[in-house]
Every structure is written in structure tokens, then in C-alpha cells.
Design a protein around this ligand. Sequence first.
Ligand code: CA
Length: 230
Amino acid sequence: MTGPRVLLIEDEPQMRRFLRASLEGTGFSLIEASTAAEGRSLAGSYNPELVLLDLGLPDGDGITLTKALREWARMPIIVISAQGREANKVQALDAGADDYLTKPFGVSELLARMRVALRHAAAAGGAPEPVRSFGDVELDLQRRVVTKAHVEVHLTPNEYRLLVVLAQHAGKVLTHGHLLKEVWGPGSAQQTHYLRVYMAQLRQKLEDDPARPKLLITEPGVGYRLKDVA
Ligand code: CA
């Protein structure tokens, strides 16, 4: 196998079997660990290009493991978590995970998230693209101009900043805390109502139908994601 190396850290044998079957024939090369300790050791010896991480492990939690991996490794970490544990997802993302999937999830969604994460990791090494497009929305970072269907859209400085942060991590979920810190500064981590207001304004200006957003996606209880559409 020569495809991207994926390390799966998951204690449930059924889940491992499902993921092994899902990745078969997709070109990914999979190695499995069933404990946090084994995962940490394989992350060092196997040098994976992507990690799939379950949060509840018998010998420790995925959040602590994420922090430990982030001390030396930059490969994308996608958390696979049980449903209804929003606080854990937020903690994992803030600890340095790149994305999360809630069980149960579909194979195509998993593969799409893995491809986005790998693409981001590859792009992070190169020069940033000056112009990014998301459907008919174009963001020119150099000229600080945003257009929709080739018509310039006027954004306030905070709306623009929020869009830039989302665009820099397009396809990935960003937590409320992360977005607030980036746009309004470290003292504003609790002001989630700022985000609600500004996301509503951005949707008014950029979405075809602000009530049914296709670009600026809400991740309930966690944060927001700018959909990575071509
Ligand atoms: Ca588990």
C-alpha cells in the first residue's frame, strides 16, 4: 500500500471493523491501535499522515492524547465521538484536533472529511492562495475584496475578519471559542451572541437563502464551518 498512512485509535472492535472495511480499496493505508498508549507509540513509529481518534479510550481520553500529539506532530487529527457530547468535541478541537465526526456517520462523509484534512495539511506548507472561492462567493485576501456573483459585497471589519478566519480553515469546524478569540480577542470567549449576530449578517450578505445556508454552516453546540465548495 502506498496511499496516505492513517492511524486509527479506537477501542471498540466493531467500530474498528467498520472503519477497516470503509477504508478498504480507497487507497488509504490503515494501522490500528486500541488504547491511548498504543496510539501514542504508533504515532511516533508509524508517522501517520492522518489520525482518526476516538475520545473515550480505556486508558485515557482522546483530549489528553490530542494535546500530547500536538506537542510534536502537525498531522490532521479527526475525532470520532459518541453522539451528544458537544463539550468533549469543543475541548478536542480546542486541544488541536482538526475536525470531528459524530457516531454513527456515513462512509462518504468520513472519506470527504479525511480528504479535506489532508488537503489542508498539504496546503499549509505552501504559500496561501490570495483568492479563494466558495460557490459564487470570492474572497480576495490581498485586495480585501469580497464578491458574490461578481458583485462586490460590503462587509464591516468584523464581518470580514470572521469570514477570513472561516475561509482559512474552510471545510473544518471552528469552535465558538476559537472564532471569538480570533475576531474579538482573548477576552471575549464567552460572547457567543456576537457570533450569532455576525453570522446572521454574513448569511444575509453571502447566502442565496440566509434561512437555509449552504456555505456558512452551524455545527450545533460546537461552532461554525465554511463549506469547502469549489
Ligand atoms: Ca471508545
